[in-house]
Design a protein around this ligand. Structure first.
Ligand code: SF4
Ligand code: SF4
Length: 335
């Protein structure tokens, strides 16, 4: 029988939201998943009962090759500040920067996963002028090369796998772990930013319940409106790589379904878009963030046509907080 794969989960500069999201893993639940995937959880800050001293012993055992580390997961950004010392985040009771622990452990780990946009690219932790000098594990924003060099690859030729998202969907983590545990993940399964393509080849726009409004450019004008939020309220769903509206959250949710515009949280540097998240930046009335693959002239032409053809029902409901004009019942007699 194959040995179980050992997994260690550490946290640094983040909010813990990716762990909280992971705990919502369902069908199967997390413990059943680990068993089925053949994964042994060595330590997780929210799930393990063992104390800090046990963790430090475990880390030394890994570094001394007494315990093999198959999968290292980091949640939260790597903290390099102040002035490159890493002293803003010491691992408790060790007097050593977490960054230095991560460096040593990454040399022992057979696979490395950055869980969430902080660990992947710096994320929210790197926002606001980046006072903590945060970076991802292998990317700093869009630039490859951070704690680990741009050309880092494991023995199977895999770089750090960036499960970007803020937070990550639990299914993105469990699907990645499952594929890794079965040695079924290769470079061709990752995109340019080393995100698993099973979710990043999708757009958040796919499956959005506001798609009918989008088609006719029947736009919401304020947050509670039902219309499409691309034109005025900052929605980036047409450019955001994720399957949030086809692989729902907690069984039925997504940002869009909750009434929130997509802020493209799976992208590097999403935290500093250069404009207010909930207002669409425009030049001469045209949104600057156009749908992926769509030339500007086409968008302008199609928008004008769509607006001219907008059914009254959609025009009305786009600026209401619930459906006031229902679809007409087709009263035509059957032939
Ligand atoms: S990616 Fe987002 S949810 Fe995850 S730790 Fe960072 S800030 Fe929190
Ligand atoms: S609200 Fe956003 S995701 Fe939904 S249809 Fe409009 S652009 Fe697409």
């Amino acid at each position: 029988m194959n040995r179980k794969k050992n997994l260690l989960w550490l946290q640094s500069g983040g909010c813990g939201g990716c762990s909280m999201s992971l705990l919502n893993s369902e069908q199967p639940g997390l413990t059943v998943f680990f068993e089925a995937a053949g994964i042994e959880l060595l330590w997780h800050p929210s799930l393990s009962e063992s104390c800090n001293d046990d963790l430090i012993t475990l880390l030394h055992n890994i570094i001394d090759d007494k315990i093999s580390l198959d999968i290292l997961c980091l949640e939260g950004a790597v903290i390099h500040g102040p002035k490159g010392t890493g002293a803003f985040h010491h691992l408790s009771n060790t007097q050593q920067p977490m960054r230095d622990w991560l460096k040593k452990l990454s040399q022992k780990a057979k696979n490395i996963i950055a869980v969430g946009s902080c660990a992947a690219f710096g994320g929210i932790t790197a926002g606001g002028g980046n006072p903590t000098e945060a970076s991802g594990l292998q990317f700093s924003g869009e630039q490859a090369g951070a704690l680990l060099s741009a050309d880092y690859k494991n023995a199977q030729g895999l770089p750090v796998i960036n499960i970007a998202g803020c937070p990550t969907h639990p299914g993105w983590i469990t699907d990645t772990l499952f594929a890794l545990a079965r040695n079924e993940l290769s470079m061709s399964d990752l995109d340019t930013f080393n995100r698993p393509r099973f979710y990043s080849d999708q757009l958040v726009h796919h499956g959005c319940p506001r798609n009918e409004y989008y088609e006719y450019k029947a736009s919401a004008e304020k947050p509670s409106d039902l219309g499409c939020m691309m034109e005025h309220l900052g929605c980036r769903g047409t450019q955001a790589h994720a399957d949030c509206n086809t692989r729902l959250w907690n069984g039925s949710g997504s940002c869009l379904r909750g009434g929130y515009a997509c802020i493209n949280c799976t992208a590097p540097q999403f935290e500093e878009p250069g404009y207010t998240f909930t207002l669409t930046p425009k030049v001469a009335g045209i949104p600057t963030g156009l749908p992926t693959d769509m030339p500007k002239a086409w968008f302008v032409a199609l928008s004008a046509l769509a607006k001219a053809a907008t059914p009254q029902r959609l025009k009305n409901n786009a600026v209401e907080d619930h459906v006031r004009t229902p679809p007409e019942i087709d009263a035509r007699k059957k032939p």
